[in-house]
Design a protein around this ligand. Sequence first.
Ligand code: MSP
Length: 514
Amino acid sequence: MGKDVFYITTPIYYPNDVPHIGHAYNAVATDFIARYHRLRGEEVFHLTGTDEHGLKLQRAAEAAGMTPQAWVDAMEPKWREVWARLDIAYDVYIRTTEPRHEEAVRKILLAVYENGRDDIYLGHYEGLYCVSCELYYNEADLLPGELCPIHEIPVEYFREDNYFFRLSAYAERLLEHYERNPSAVEPETRRNEVLSVIRSGLQDFSISRTTFDWGVRLPWDETHINYVWFDALTNYITAAGYAEDPDRFARVWPANIHSIGKDILRQHAVYWPAMLMAAGVEPPMQVWAHGFLTVGGKKMSKTNATGIHPFELIDRFGVDSYRWFFMREVQYGQDGSFSYEAMVDRHNADLANGLGNLASRVLAMLGTSYAGVVPEPTEGGWEADLPDVIVQAVERYDEHLLAVRLTAGLAAIWGIVSRANQYLVEKEPWQLAKDPARGDELAGVLYAATETLRILAILIQPIMPAAAQRLWDQLGLGGAVDNRRVPSDVAWGGLKPGTVTSKGEALFPRVEAD
Ligand code: MSP
């Protein structure tokens, strides 16, 4: 059986600290994409996890007076609790300290070591290392004062005997791969960056360390610990069944999308495909690099004390508004600054006044005029362009989401919300309700508006799963909204007259600015 599963991954996060909203940005985006593919009826495999080896983790544990294992065991739940509250529906959570992963790391190491081309060889390294990146840097790439360009902390001088991976032998094959697959790195600026890195000449990189011992030992030389990035990248094939389940591996691999931040592009789009080629495994289909959430123009991070914990915002705005804000406000692929004021504005404009108001008006009118029961629409009672508006928005939503244009996809479905609110203003059902002779019109208008809400509940499910279910319940539709599918369940007319609705609490209560 060939590949038939849509496989999407987040980076695996370093649990040396707790998550901030920059980490959660990727998690939410990946979940949104994964849920959208499920909505289309695809079998989806969404992977996330924690990157638990390496010097950075070992040092964090030492600073806390704990063993590395005890430290990662204590920290990893602090990541999962955030994903749970953010409604991140991953299928598998991987920890690089799990035995199944260590087995996969040994398997890929041996596959490369024994590929007959001497792609792993023993050498000597000395250079400047950033422990936060877990990367060696060339002096020319550093900031003045020998600071890491990402973390702005001093790099350290390291000198050791390492095994090296012969990355330099893969430049041609990588270029061919990117030539043949123009969308293998997105967005285009990142693709160009990757091509220029490859064209400017690739240097072999070291894949083992002897100065510390927190990691996977090389199968052929147990005095060496595998380099944390080699170990970490391998998680993507571990979880797909590389070492333990060849049938599953054939169905899942190659990954459709590795969703990552732009700071880890080189590892994902240069190192990783070359490692796979050396091991005789296909490279991923696409690496999608998003930008940074910034504060004062800089990457939000714990290192510079600008990291905001997601709970601070979820407590105030609710999980749906949180997910909506970051996906609607920050173009996926570009940097975006976070501001509390912008979040209040979006919440009130798009959610409280937009969809929330639409739902509460329609459900209230159904309540007063029909005791909550959806009326039978009579022929000609309502003429509206809503069915056409919906068909077009659904098509654009699909095109945008498949191309990972997340912001544009959301804007497309919000066209339905605007049009429906405007429709109510034009038809004035509150006036129709006062005139017994216009009962047909009233029934038609309320049917059309309620049907629009039903369709919206399905369409917003990938981005706001909890709000979608609340709306679905208020509409009296029964069951789980995430069992619905596009396009079949968003065809006009699916709402049955006689359905009993109930106006519950506001979907999105307004938030006042401080
Ligand atoms: N462990 C490595 C990834 C290994 S993947 C095989 C790592 N971990 S990390 O915890 O430092 O970062 C995880 C992800 O969070 C990266 O994609 C990074 O870009 C992202 N972000 C960290 N801070 C961010 C922002 N301020 N904004 C957006 N994303 C950012 O790197």
